[in-house]
Design a protein around this ligand. Structure first.
Ligand SMILES: [Fe+2]
Ligand SMILES: [Fe+2]
Length: 135
């Protein structure tokens, strides 16, 4: 079973960014499957790194748009992105060093931050982006 199922509640109303969120969720589901299948630590670490790399790419897309439209919430949104990436990188370091196992708790943490960020923070840019023709 998938860890997260994308549904319309998660839509930010900007198709290109919804697609990126879907891709991010697909990667998190892959990580969850690898964890449940008991894959080796190095494989888990590699999938986790893919999640982080895609997250960074996605965050830079959003930040580019926020800068482009002079979005008023840019500053706090960028801080949130930075904290999320730092936290995920520190998880990755600990997994690689054998100090941390990717468990259901870690997956729940990742699931929560993705959904909370989309619902609580990303959705704030919808009006500003649509008004400026960002799709
Ligand atoms: Fe964001
Ligand atoms: Fe996002």
């Amino acid at each position: 079973m998938a860890l997260i199922e994308w549904d319309n509640n998660l839509s930010v109303g900007i198709p290109s960014l919804d697609d990126q969120h879907k891709q991010l969720i697909a990667l998190l589901n892959q990580l969850n499957d690898a964890m449940k299948a008991g894959k080796a630590r190095d494989i888990i670490a590699t999938v986790l790194k893919e999640v982080i790399d895609y997250t960074s790419y996605h965050f830079s897309t959003e930040e580019e748009y926020m800068d482009k439209v002079n979005f008023s919430g840019t500053f706090t949104h960028k801080i949130e992105h930075k904290k999320l990436v730092e936290k995920a990188l520190s998880l990755h370091r600990d997994v690689e060093a054998g100090k941390l196992m990717v468990t259901i708790e870690v997956m729940n943490f990742l699931q929560e931050w993705v959904t909370n960020h989309i619902l609580g923070t990303d959705k704030k840019y919808t009006a500003a982006f649509s008004e400026q023709g960002i799709q």
